[in-house]
Design a protein around this ligand. Structure first.
Ligand code: G6P
Length: 372
């Protein structure tokens, strides 16, 4: 009913605007004023996490993209080697697991069969398994050694939105907690991240307040056949998530590339007026990548692409090469996916609506896939 949808025509629209609250709820009670993390409810004792030598993240769909971003954060903060794999591939390749391996299973529903089978396999191999999940008491957390719930509230729209942002928050919390229990000294960079986490709900709110031009842009592209997405570093999984949303909702060909790979093939796809969305890394601490992606934008534009650029506010260097500029708040690099994903959700949702699609129930898809 309309009431259930909070006055919106679709659950997805409601769930997109609920994101600031969902992010706040995931953070609630977990970060102290002095920056100390408390994740006691996770069921894994600090002693279990101290001797971890390797992390393997497994997930499907949007949750897999959260896992890709987690790898950048966890390796950078904790210096623990971290692999990410789609759950359906994991157990079929004879992965190397032991008691010192922490498997992190990310699943909104806690019921995806591919992820569940991977969890069972990992436990049989004696690995410790930590679930990141949104549905209390669902199968994956019940079968894992520990769980961190995302507390995003029920998500009805088939395409994940608020649960993705909150999975990212959960991943950041786990990365920071691992660093904390392993006694790593936090430098200025990590302290800045911890301080900024609390501002994320407000930053997402600011993005939502400025997305109207993104909607207009989406409507203007409803006849496009293909949209490409480029990103680097954590912007690469964000680009992948933007492409996935467009496939799921608008039934369009959409593909993401690591921007550095452009010259190794994808640049051959660029032709006049092809829309290309580019996620530009924040400048703080990653200025080399930033400059490289700015030259990528120049290269594709010189070949006729219509460049749709997502960049942080005040980034004047991209303006001359952006046919459309979507500004997001400046935040620490590793947190940028929290703000940069939101315009891409809105873009895909609006484009799908312009095509007359049901964004809550896209064709052929299920909210959780309980078959392998
Ligand atoms: C389905 C949904 C996706 C979701 C994926 C993983 O394919 O349509 O939106 O990302 O499953 O779901 P999970 O519940 O395991 O996160």
């Amino acid at each position: 009913s309309a009431a259930e949808k909070g006055g919106y025509d679709y659950f997805m629209l409601k769930e997109i605007v609920e994101q600031p609250k969902a992010v706040a709820d995931t953070l609630l009670g977990r970060v102290g004023v002095d920056g100390t993390l408390t994740l006691d409810e996770m069921r894994l004792a600090p002693s279990d996490l101290r001797d971890i030598e390797k992390i393997v993240i497994i997930a499907c769909g949007t949750s897999y993209h959260a896992g890709m971003i987690a790898k950048y954060a966890i390796e950078h903060w904790c210096r623990i080697p971290c692999e990410v794999e789609v759950a359906s591939e994991f157990r079929y390749r004879d992965p190397i697991l032991d008691r010192q391996t922490l498997v992190i299973a990310i699943s909104q529903s806690g019921e995806s069969m591919d992820t569940l089978m991977a969890v069972r396999y990992a436990r049989e191999q004696n690995a410790r398994v930590l679930a990141i999940c949104n549905v209390n008491g669902s199968t994956i957390p019940r079968e894992s050694d520990g769980v961190l719930y995302t507390h995003a509230g029920p998500e009805v729209g088939v395409a994940a939105t608020k649960t993705f942002l909150t999975q990212l928050i959960a991943c950041y919390l786990i990365g920071l907690y691992l660093a904390q229990v392993r006694g790593l000294k936090f430098g200025d960079e990590i302290n800045a991240v911890i301080a900024q986490l609390a501002n994320m709900p407000e930053q997402v709110e600011r993005v939502l307040a400025t997305v109207e031009p993104v909607r207009e842009l989406a409507r203007s592209l409803s006849d496009a056949d293909t949209v490409l997405f480029l990103g680097r570093h954590v912007g690469y999984p964000v680009a992948m998530e933007g492409a996935l949303k467009l496939k799921e909702l608008a039934y369009m060909h959409a593909e993401a590339f690591a921007a550095g790979e452009l010259k190794h093939g994808p640049i051959a796809l660029i032709e006049q007026d092809l829309p290309v969305v580019v996620v530009v890394p924040s400048r703080a601490g990653r200025s080399v990548l930033h400059d490289k992606i700015v030259s990528n934008i120049q290269e594709i534009r010189a070949r006729g692409a219509r460049t749709i650029v997502i960049a942080e506010e005040g980034d004047e260097t991209v303006r001359p090469f952006a046919d459309e500029l979507i500004e997001v708040p400046a935040v620490p690099t590793l947190l940028q996916p929290i703000v940069a994903t939101v315009p891409l959700q809105v873009f895909a949702c609006e484009l799908a609506l312009a095509k007359g699609n049901d964004v809550d129930q896209p064709r052929n898809l299920a909210k959780s896939v309980t078959v392998e």
